[in-house]
Design a protein around this ligand. Sequence first.
Ligand SMILES: *[C@@H]1O[C@H](CO)[C@@H](O)[C@H](O)[C@H]1NC(C)=O
Ligand SMILES: *[C@@H]1O[C@H](CO)[C@@H](O)[C@H](O)[C@H]1NC(C)=O
Ligand SMILES: *[C@@H]1O[C@H](CO)[C@@H](O)[C@H](O)[C@H]1NC(C)=O
Ligand SMILES: *[C@@H]1O[C@H](CO)[C@@H](O)[C@H](O)[C@H]1NC(C)=O
Length: 369
Amino acid sequence: MATSGLIISLSLLLCIIPVRCFAKSCPPTSDVALFVFGDSLFDVGNNNYYLNPKIPFHFQANRLPYGQTFFNYPNGRYTDGRTIVDFIAEYANLPLALPYLHPAYQQCLDGANFASGGSGALFETNQGLVIDLKTQLKYFKNFAKLLKKRLGEDRARGFLSKAVYLISIGSNDYINRVTLDSSAYSSYSRDQYVDLVIGNLTSVIKEIHNEGGRKFGFLGLAPVGCVPLIKMRSNGTCCCNESEASVLAKLHNKALSGILKKLQKQLEGFKYSLANFYDLLTDLIHNPLKYGFKEGDVACCGSGPYRGMLTCGGILGRTNYELCKNSSEYVFFDSVHPSDRANEFFAQQMWIGHLNVAAPYNVKSLFNA
Ligand SMILES: *[C@@H]1O[C@H](CO)[C@@H](O)[C@H](O)[C@H]1NC(C)=O
Ligand SMILES: *[C@@H]1O[C@H](CO)[C@@H](O)[C@H](O)[C@H]1NC(C)=O
Ligand SMILES: *[C@@H]1O[C@H](CO)[C@@H](O)[C@H](O)[C@H]1NC(C)=O
Ligand SMILES: *[C@@H]1O[C@H](CO)[C@@H](O)[C@H](O)[C@H]1NC(C)=O
């Protein structure tokens, strides 16, 4: 007991200050770093190191079949293989990132991944179970502080201004609004709630900019009502694109697009790419064959209608989940998250997509800017 308590407090300590960071022996592998914030679509395992001994279960993808196709072991990524940001790192000639909270994290000059599955822009979203966006920002500020100490203010700002910042956030704020009866702000109208989410995201963008960040890439929201988890609840009524969750996602995407245009005028040097994840995923769901998938509606792993119950990997002892034979044939790996193969498609679109899918820049041109 005593030993495990010690291990827990030691790892908590390591989590807060990754010790090997900025060691002299850690040269950058590319001159443009990548920083990642957000939710499970971008998390590469932070939740496995975010220990809350009081709450044994939280949002972790730490059991097979998560991780089965590319890494061959569960590693905290919410998919069978790579996340969208893994592919983007590869295209940018960066190594696959260890999560920022991993005790062995030391790739400091390549950037850092702070994303946490289950998190939202609102503090209240899955509060206590996830690293909320503000805390992710706090980690980034610590990082920037250490960097300034090591490189000096000017060089550090130069480094941070060349870096690319990728953010995926918001889905969980809306998923909770439509699935939890007693969610905070249930008395808020749709527009008021979207304003709250966008307001919090905007303040994080401004703070990253204030630290020197200039180049931002956003994954717009998915048609949230069409992911198996939410679609399952609709009882097959028409249509997932018209369900409350999708309506909120569309409002969010419109508001985000508007605010980014504003920020481009307000913030010095601000450049961004907004990926139209909504239309991309909708197309994949409706026309899987066109993209070489066999199944767009039903998840590979899970249970219930559309395999929409989040039981993949036997979470909470629910071990009787179903698993498809070949996850590369499925758009969705589990009830919420795309498969490795679908993530590759989204990453390619973000990387080199034209204006209809990634605008006003694509992520490749952010890296090259
Ligand atoms: C951010 O969200 C909190 C609730 O978590 C809310 O009280 C606050 O007003 C929001 N901030 C902005 C700038 O919208
Ligand atoms: C779904 O259908 C079942 C049975 O037809 C019904 O009991 C349930 O209330 C429905 N749920 C929703 C969300 O409409
Ligand atoms: C939703 O999709 C259906 C077809 O699946 C289409 O008929 C309908 O117009 C769409 N609704 C919206 C609001 O896009
Ligand atoms: C799985 O499906 C993909 C895509 O259809 C295909 O390329 C691959 O060969 C399949 N793998 C196996 C083991 O059947």
